[in-house]
Design a protein around this ligand. Structure first.
Ligand code: PGA
Length: 214
């Protein structure tokens, strides 16, 4: 199975998200060996879920989760609240490490809670020290490749993976300036199991073309 993950970051209103989904569904044909995971901002999860849940191999993911299980934590969104809405959750994106000062300690708590509630964490890392053995999905995102238009070459990604000592069954995802032109290059070897797509996921036509090209 190959995983193509759309990370919308802090983009799109509910109306824009619904429009994106309608356009995407008109352009997208389900492929048995490709799982697509859409990660919109929290308030879009529920409105989009009605159209996403019935489609085969199409799932919703959250972009983050609280490190608290539940309680008096104003503004937090715990795994328990996401239950039933998402199958996946991005954790520790480098933008959260940078702007929200997330540490490996916070991230360990998040992964634990997601697993407790049967939500699959997608752990973002940019270096070996950030790997957490409890995460089955590891998204390797070199900092210089994110949003720069300068994707890291597939061969280099493969070589870096070899230095990571991952479990044999880890789903290894690459992210950083993936677009419809370079996406297929990552699947020429079996080292990469999926792609995390930011900018190129914001346009539904471009994102469906990216999937088609794989
Ligand atoms: P990008 O973002 O595709 O715009 O480089 C990827 C990411 O940050 O997940």
């Amino acid at each position: 199975m190959k995983y193509i993950i759309a990370n919308w970051k802090a983009h799109k209103s509910i109306e824009e998200g619904e429009h994106w989904l309608n356009t995407f569904l008109n352009n997208y044909s389900v492929r048995p060996n490709i799982t697509v995971i859409i990660c919109p901002p929290f308030p879009l999860l529920y409105p989009l879920s009605k159209k996403i849940h019935p489609v085969q191999n199409l799932f919703l993911g959250a972009q983050d989760v609280s490190e608290f299980e539940e309680g008096a934590y104003t503004g937090e969104v715990p795994a328990k609240v996401l239950l039933g809405l998402v199958k996946f959750c991005i954790v520790a994106h480098s933008e959260r490490r940078k702007y929200n000062h997330e540490t490996n300690e916070n991230i360990t708590k998040k992964i634990k809670l997601l697993k407790k509630y049967n939500i699959q964490p997608i752990l973002c890392i940019s270096k070996k020290e950030e790997i957490n053995a409890d995460a089955h999905f590891i998204a390797y995102e070199p900092l210089e490749a994110i949003g720069s238009g300068k994707n890291t070459d597939a061969r280099e990604v493969e070589q870096t993976k070899e230095t990571f000592d991952l479990n044999a069954d880890t789903e290894f995802i690459y992210g950083g300036s993936v677009n419809e032109k370079n996406a297929s290059s990552y699947f020429k070897t079996s080292a990469v199991n999926g792609l995390l797509v930011g900018t190129a996921s914001l346009d539904a036509v471009e994102f469906s073309a990216l999937i088609k090209n794989i």
